[in-house]
Design a protein around this ligand. Sequence first.
Ligand code: HAM
Length: 420
Amino acid sequence: MATFKAPKGTYDLIPPVSVKYLAVREAISAPLRNSGYGYIETPGFEDVGLFARGVGESTDIVSKEMYAFETKGGDQLALRPEGTASVLRAALEASLHKQGNLPVKLWYSGSYYRYERPQKGRYRHFSQVGAEAIGAEDPALDAELIILADQAYRSLGLRDFRILLNSLGDKECRPVYREALQGFLRGLDLDEETVRRAEINPLRVLDDKRPDVQKQLVGAPVLRDYLCDACKAYHEEVRALITAAGVAFEDDEKLVRGLDYYTRTTFEFVHDGLGSQSAVGGGGRYDGLSEMIGGPALPSVGWALGVDRTVLALEAEGVELDIPASTSVFAVALGEEARRVLFGKVTELRKAGVAADFSFGGKGLKGAMKDANRSGARFAVVAGERDLAEGLVQLKDMESGEQSAVALAELIDTVKARLA
Ligand code: HAM
């Protein structure tokens, strides 16, 4: 029994399943790389104040779920619970917004940490691939991101997901709505904590899943009725552009996100096969975040898609990813001299761009052929002393079972030709 285990709420990615995570990251990032987004990587931890100010002091993410700590040097840091605040911080620090044309479009992929109550689909360590388009107020940018996420999920073969869309208004109209909602909430019979939440962040109360709360919320003022003309027009344009792209979505006026920085467009991608942790991704516009963290006004929009939940969604739909075998040629050497020669050939194959592996550990023919099978290789190259004495190796097609002798000197070219 091992002494140590992965910490609660975490799990290891190990072969053969880990290859799915790589494929998901690749599939999500491909449309971004194809659309002018540049890769950015930021540290796994930041000044705790960045998240307190950016994500919001009153959010669960900051108040309950953050891994915050003091270093030996006295710095107050936190493991990043999300990527947006970090990416914007990095862009401001490097003055990316001054160097070229706006928007600055960035994508990222990495680990995030939230001290949540673990359950299926909800972990303390999870991974996201995200995109942020910084410094432009343009409904086409919001539409672009939603369309690219849709494309990413579809390229993986996912079908049972839905896009929920809403507008949270801006600094003109949201405060008016907020006050109206607070007035309504004050008249309800709510527990102490919810009353407190209604004062700090009333929109979050709309998100309360408890039936007795939901029942009381019937008739609550809806944000849509309070949107100012500019927000309304902006939202209509986003909807029109997504519709024209053939991407289906649902208007969800109850959609409130768990982070405070959102303005106007917000959206979530939910998968119906996942139970309670159904959000496979989410995002929206955050026009005020830059100023909240000390930068200039930089209206921006972005999303993050959860890699763990996307893999669960693939499993829920029974989608098998078409992942090619990682090894094309497996070399089986019988005897010392054959080991030396074939090991050299494996190195040559690899240099020639052919994925090759070798039967390590001095196994006999039977055991080594088992390894060759397990590797998924298309060809096995088998050689013993007698073959080598004649300058030959046996090339076995693992699909058809056919085997033929090939001159050692021609092995690389033959394999390349037959794989092509
Ligand atoms: P978020 O909705 O908090 O948004 O997270 C995005 C996605 O990360 C979720 O939809 C979910 O798939 C995944 N996720 C979040 N928490 C967990 C967890 N504990 N376990 C497993 N998966 C999880 C953000 O993080 C924003 N930064 C998105 C954004 C980017 N908004 C603008 N730009």
